[in-house]
Design a protein around this ligand. Structure first.
Ligand SMILES: Cc1ncc(COP(=O)(O)O)c(C=O)c1O
Length: 390
């Protein structure tokens, strides 16, 4: 783990990748494939060299799931192919470029969950005499009484909902139906081993168990119905890091998605059935000591997205025992850290982990790759390539 003996001359703040931990994560994730391929969720990586390192690690990694159309275009230009946009997009200029790239031999697939999107895609694709591959997003959320367990994405839940759209895609001359995606966020993105939250953990575990069963049946029904209509999907995508163990067991799923597990940020410490290695860190520099036991670092306020809460705040991990101050937290330009025992000097580094995986890359131009406490390589982030998607 990246802890001691960072080179003295490092320019801080710096983003650090522990290559040994990262490579172990690649291996552990690959081992969960259960005969399927694993698509990489680029939002949780946000660095071209890191994506390449994952692909080189194992053949099981196949294809990318992007979050923005311009990101898909950028990655296609970098030589990547088989790119699935995980979310619908409307931007006519980007879609026209995608249709043209596909017409020239690339495979970039757009996500839809409504007739308006399908009509829009076909109109644009027709205009440039191109081709857009299309995937239908299926809602995988579950309900228990008045409780909605899952995320608000697609309105499509039943086989009839999906077939209605798939038929229209099939009859659209400049579109090609590829398959379906269903993201069970309530399994993949919800921790069930949260510290000091026994009751919540128990309820979430129970709800997850029930949901897994419903999801499996829903996906099977949809795939079977599509086959019956002569619309056999070549792609049935499911899951995320937090559901690799369960989604991989579904027979009708052809491919899994994973992203966060490669860096394994703080939020992924709290799952019952898997443990990846913390691999991505950032180092801040102590620049002043406002009181005894308090060491204030420059930078640090890299708060993760999602419902606001303490769990979205980065945490100091080395030297161990550091605590953020409740009144200041991780600040916009400086972050005080309290240590009961540690004696740090001005200029010393404090190592942190972020709550989520990819977002932290938006704060840094490069990732310093560390092996045996030495910086052995530097990987550009999207930001370092001058790119900002969304
Ligand atoms: C459609 C979709 N699939 C998969 C994932 C899983 O990504 P990760 O493995 O980074 O949690 C996400 C994350 O939000 C997603 O939106």
């Amino acid at each position: 783990m990246i802890t001691e003996n960072l080179p003295d001359d490092l320019s801080l703040p710096a983003l650090l990748l522990d290559l040994d931990a990262f490579d172990q994560n690649c291996k552990m994730i690959a081992e969960k494939a259960n005969g399927k391929t694993i698509r990489i969720a680029s939002k949780s990586i946000r660095s071209v060299p890191v994506l390449k390192r994952i692909f080189e690690s194992n053949e099981v990694f196949k294809g990318l799931m992007c979050y923005s159309p311009y990101e898909a275009i950028f990655l296609a230009e970098q030589g990547f192919d088989d790119i699935l946009l995980g979310y619908p997009c409307w931007d006519p200029e980007a879609l026209a470029q995608i249709a043209a790239l596909n017409g020239a031999g690339k495979q970039i697939t757009c996500m839809v969950d409504s007739m308006e999107q399908i009509r829009h895609l076909n109109k644009i694709s027709e205009k440039v005499n191109g081709l857009i591959f299309v995937c239908i997003d299926v809602d995988m959320s579950t309900t228990f009484g008045s409780l909605h367990f899952g995320v608000r994405r697609s309105p499509l839940k039943t086989e009839n909902d999906v077939i209605r759209l798939a038929m229209v895609i099939k009859d659209s001359p400049n579109l090609k139906f590829l398959g379906v995606m269903g993201y069970e966020a309530q399994i993949a993105g919800v921790g069930d081993r949260l510290p000091s939250q026994q009751v919540k953990n128990h309820v979430v575990t129970m709800l997850k168990k029930k949901s897994i069963h419903t999801i499996k049946r829903r996906r099977e029904r949809i795939v079977r119905a599509l086959e019956k209509e002569g619309l056999k999907p070549v792609l049935v995508n499911g899951g995320g890091t937090g559901s690799l163990n369960t989604t991989s067991k579904e027979e009708c799923v052809t491919e899994l998605t994973a992203g966060s597990g490669f860096y394994s940020p703080l939020l992924f410490d709290y799952y019952r059935d898997f443990h990846f290695k913390p691999a991505l860190f950032f180092a801040l520099q102590v620049v002043r000591k406002p009181a005894s036991n308090i060491y204030t670092c420059l930078g640090g306020g890299y708060i993760a997205s999602g419902p606001h809460g303490k769990d979205k705040v980065p945490q100091p991990v080395y030297p161990p025992g550091g605590k953020l101050l409740s009144f200041e937290g991780a600040g916009e330009v400086q972050t005080p850290v309290y240590y009961e025992r540690e004696t740090l000097e001005i200029g010393d580094p404090i190592i942190f982990r972020a709550a989520k995986a990819g977002e932290i890359c938006e704060r840094f131009d490069e990732i310093l790759c560390v092996d045996q406490q030495q910086v052995v390589d530097r990987y550009l982030t999207y930001r370092g390539e001058g790119k900002c998607f969304l």
